[in-house]
Design a protein around this ligand. Structure first.
Ligand SMILES: *[C@@H]1O[C@H](CO)[C@@H](O)[C@H](O)[C@H]1NC(C)=O
Ligand SMILES: *[C@@H]1O[C@H](CO)[C@@H](O)[C@H](O)[C@H]1NC(C)=O
Length: 307
């Protein structure tokens, strides 16, 4: 099918996250800057350009196991590089390898060691090196064929079992694809909705045509992120978390209906679920107290036999 069969509204729903990842890269409170975002954008454009000029050079620079042999492999590589930045933003200061502060440090460092030939492209190469240095794999696998084969594997020890299950949910309920077709996206425009939704028919026999209807059903059933029919649910979001765009946040609920929301300005995906640390930001400490208050009141209600 072609992309334009998906309605515009669905597309908007599906393609939320990359602008937000970009915005988080400029957030000064967590070490971001406009310069950092510009560096990331420049680096991805440079990789794309070199890929069409000399793919073996790109493969060598980023330690790929093979030279990308078709468009699918190229997308695989671009996705992999984008994942470095996306993962860093989503889990900022939550125990992942790098923080936004460190990533932006590499992308904008002015020190002598970086001066010579440290174009945006080389900085991304360096970032990828740091990132993959902790991997047990000897090289970066960018074979799309292998990805599909691994995703087909339904056996328990499959290394991609969680990804397969998540993909199933995206095909049947959520959408939530992380695409980059909008000009504001700092990564590669090769990450298209078409490329990501092709897994639905491939893995599960679910047609791409059917996705908008499935997503619409989910939205209707749960009340979307505007008026969720969900008593005793607290929507906790972090301001750095790209996923907040799809959640229920304060300014979207109408006349303070039932939805209860907590917004933590400077945290990412799930800081509130982690153990307390002395280094926790003030906003996080306050949010935890608020969450506790809600849970306590629900438990009291339950103990009193109230609905
Ligand atoms: C492509 O890159 C490889 C690896 O650096 C190099 O050996 C080769 O000469 C380059 N080819 C072209 C056409 O620039
Ligand atoms: C810049 O690079 C130098 C040399 O590698 C390093 O010591 C310094 O901490 C870096 N600065 C930032 C902001 O990352």
């Amino acid at each position: 099918m072609s992309l334009n069969l998906l309605t515009e509204a669905t597309l908007m729903f599906l393609t939320w996250s990359q602008q937000i990842v970009g915005l988080s890269l400029t957030n000064k409170a967590v070490g971001g800057s406009e310069k950092c975002l510009a560096g990331v954008r420049k680096a991805f454009a440079a990789v794309e350009a070199l890929m069409s000029g000399n793919a073996s050079q790109v493969a060598m620079d980023f330690g790929c196991c093979t030279i990308p042999k078709n468009l699918d492999d190229q997308i695989e590589l671009m996705q992999n590089l984008a994942d470095i930045v996306m993962g860093t933003v989503q889990y900022n200061e939550e125990g992942v390898l790098m923080s936004i502060n460190e990533l932006c440090g590499v992308m904008t460092n002015k020190s002598k060691a970086y001066e010579e030939e440290m174009e945006a492209y080389n900085r991304l190469v360096k970032l990828a090196k740091i990132y993959h240095s902790t991997s047990e794999e000897p090289c970066l696998d960018i074979s799309h064929e292998k990805t599909v084969k691994d995703m087909m594997d339904t056996s328990l020890p499959s290394g991609r079992r969680a990804e397969r299950q998540w993909t199933y949910q995206t095909c049947t309920e959520f959408g939530f694809y992380q695409t980059c077709e909008d000009a504001t996206c700092p990564f590669s425009g090769m990450m298209t909705l078409q490329a990501q939704t092709q897994f639905c028919p491939m893995l599960f026999g679910i047609s791409q045509h059917s996705l908008p209807g499935r997503i619409a059903f989910t939205n209707t059933y749960y009340g979307e992120n505007v008026k969720p029919h969900t008593p005793r649910v607290l929507y906790v979001n972090g301001g750095v978390d790209p996923w907040k765009e799809l959640s229920v946040v304060q300014d979207r609920t109408e006349d303070g209906e039932k939805a209860q929301t907590i917004f933590i300005r400077d945290t990412a995906h799930c800081a509130d679920m982690m153990s307390r640390k002395v280094t926790d930001r003030c906003s996080l400490k306050k949010a935890r107290e608020e969450i506790e208050k809600h849970v306590v009141s629900w438990l009291k209600m339950a103990a009193a036999g109230e609905d």
